[in-house]
Design a protein around this ligand. Sequence first.
Ligand code: ADP
Ligand code: MG
Length: 323
Amino acid sequence: MLMKDQKSATRTHFAMNTVMSHKVFGIYAEDCLDAMCREISQLEGLLSRFIPNSDVSQINQSAGRSCVEVDSKTFEVLTRSKELASLCSGYFNVTIAPLVALWNIGKDSFTHPSNDDIQQKLSLVNYRDLILDSDTQTAGLAKIGQSLDLGAIGKGFAAEQIVKIINIFGITSAYSNLGGNVVTLGSKPDGSPWHIGIQHPRQEKTLLGSVAVTNQSVVTSGDYQRFSSDSSGTLFHHIIDPTTGYPVESGLVSVTIISDNAMTADVLSTALFVMGINRGMELLMSFPKTEAILMDTEEKVFVSKGLKGQFQPNENILYTILE
Ligand code: ADP
Ligand code: MG
């Protein structure tokens, strides 16, 4: 077992359009943090659709014309994106970018797009049009106007990659928060689990509770993290329903996924948010050792049954266990 007072290092930085913070234990903690930050910025350089020469930008610019050769990491995340999109029946959909751009997600204010524009962009959304050739390591999109947005999977992939780095450094206890995507490695140095706080989606600086985790990821998607408002003051959040083209109204305001796999947790938090509680919980059942904490628009909290004992609610929080 690790000593309680062993060396540790922490770092906070901005990457992938969010604030990230990490804590790692061990004598090589600082070197490990350097390597983790290098990895995250290399991945951002490959996967961001806002960086002009990234792999994703090159795919988007060549849509409907040609495929482009991509880095092996880009190829891996695209392959997993397509597989997961299929498992999630297209509710998680990396070809959502034309709609994300139309709604101007992430910008402070915007004008509501017309229904005609929404329908036109919606016709371009189809994850099956992502063309992948493993022999040539090339990727492309079938139709002109299509484009990729890896915003709902990129941080999960980055979390997986930094866990590999932490392992290479021989570190057995670490915690990273990649903007709402928390990944833990091992337990705390004293052997106790990490306690990850779950933000109350409707009350600032209040937690719904916490989950005790070891070697697991805890990822939240909610309508309160990133949103914009139009001139009438109506709020629009950042997750789009690929069946309607409009920001999701599934009855859920926040979805937290707890899983051994950081990328699956990231994808499912978005997918369940889109699908709503009934279809979402049905999907969750098909993923082993994957649990969820949900809140609906009436502020009711639901917890999947595998979290019994692992979820510690805040004093005032009542919740229902989903059997
Ligand atoms: P966050 O990025 O805030 O952690 P998510 O992981 O849920 O939240 O990802 C949301 C982002 O993914 C959006 O900002 C957008 O770029 C993209 N996105 C929006 N709707 C979808 C969707 N239905 N499927 C896949 N990606 C989406
Ligand atoms: Mg996500």
